[in-house]
Design a protein around this ligand. Structure first.
Ligand code: NAD
Length: 324
């Protein structure tokens, strides 16, 4: 009998099916959590999207050898519990950095030039007699972009923003002097970055230290003319504080690809605001990128099923060898 592999993302099926020579490949989604847990009984490899891979799930998957995250964030995976059980956790670093950075730049440009409002204006106002003039935007050239987290995605954003002639500062728990030289970016402490940036963009992982990193105090520290962009993880921003900031004008606007609760509930107060752009967690949602991510997952799973160490373990499991 071939080992069972369960895929909890819906595309690209053909890439995942390439594991068929060594495994029986099955796909979600399931009607209920109970059905998923039932299906996990014999599964040896799991491709995980946003489904929480928690202790309950792991208890129901006694044969599991590898959790292959379809992405780079693994805040939905109980890493400690996986490690205790000898289960590899892998991810897809670099496969999606430029893609998320493209979206980030897209959102920054949309905020600066009010592109989404402009589209709505053409559809509803422009040709009406006596319609109001469309408000002016701002230039990106010469503006300060503050990047919080100068890792793979943050540094890709820096490269792209350079081409728009932005002045780039960053804050990170690790000082990146090489990147400072190579990318022409300068380091600022957290508070100075918030105070001086025209655009602040978040690229840190979600963990205890970054949950609620941007709250009332931080939003009040930002300039009234500044914009906040989040393509990392929703809970890094205190959404209630952001709502207050947007209606009371502490900052000029925001663009969010990620939310504390996803999908964002239709009754979220953010939905009614005109100074926020909302996208449905599409950071890596480009066809070529999703194929690259699936190919990395397949390589990781194939290695583990062959009794080898996977090529892309998460940093916490670097150097670990599990024999099961
Ligand atoms: P990375 O690990 O390369 O970079 C993260 C950076 O944040 C590192 O430089 C790290 O030192 C820094 N950092 C960690 N804690 C910090 C703190 N408390 N303060 C300041 N800096 C801190 O990760 P990456 O590949 O650039 O991805 C970043 C995040 O983007 C992921 O963890 C994921 O949550 C998110 N993401 C979102 C999407 C999307 O669809 N919107 C897609 C991919 C990734």
């Amino acid at each position: 009998m071939k080992p069972k592999v369960l895929i909890l993302v819906d595309w690209p099926k053909d890439v995942f099916m390439s594991l068929n020579d060594v495994a029986d490949v099955g796909f979600g989604p399931f009607e209920s959590r109970e059905e998923l847990l039932e299906e996990l009984r014999d599964v040896e490899a799991l491709v995980a999207g946003v489904t929480p891979v928690d202790r309950e799930l792991l208890e129901n998957a006694p044969k599991l050898k590898v959790v292959a995250r379809f992405g780079v964030g693994y805040d939905n995976v109980d890493v400690e519990e996986c490690t205790k059980r000898g289960i590899y956790v892998t991810y897809t670093p670099n496969a999606l950095s430029d893609t998320v950075a493209d979206l980030t730049m897209g959102l920054i440009i949309c905020l600066a030039r009010k592109i989404l409002q402009a589209d709505r204006y053409v559809r509803t106002e422009w040709a009406k007699p006596g319609s109001l003039k469309f408000p002016l935007g701002v230039d990106l050239s010469g503006k300060v972009l503050g990047i919080i987290g100068l890792g793979r995605i943050g540094s890709s954003v820096a490269r792209k923003a350079k081409a728009f002639n932005m002045r780039i500062t960053y804050y990170d728990v690790i000082r990146r002097e090489n990147l400072e030289r190579n990318l022409g970016v300068s380091y600022a402490d957290f508070n100075s970055l918030l105070k001086t940036s025209d655009f602040v963009t978040l690229h840190v992982p979600l963990m205890d230290a970054t949950r609620g990193l941007i709250g009332e105090r931080e939003l009040k520290a930002m300039k009234e003319t500044s914009y906040l962009v989040n393509t990392s993880r929703g809970p890094i921003i205190d959404e209630d504080a952001l709502y207050k900031a947007l209606i009371e004008g502490w900052i000029a606007g925001a663009a969010l690809d990620v939310f504390t609760e996803e999908p964002l509930p239709l009754d979220s107060p953010l939905i009614k605001l005109n100074n926020v752009i909302l996208t449905p967690h599409i950071g890596s949602a480009a066809a070529e990128t999703r194929r690259r991510m699936a190919e990395m997952d397949v390589k990781n799973i194939r290695s583990v099923l062959m009794g080898k160490v996977p090529p892309n373990p998460i940093p916490e499991q670097k150097g670990l060898v599990f024999k099961r």
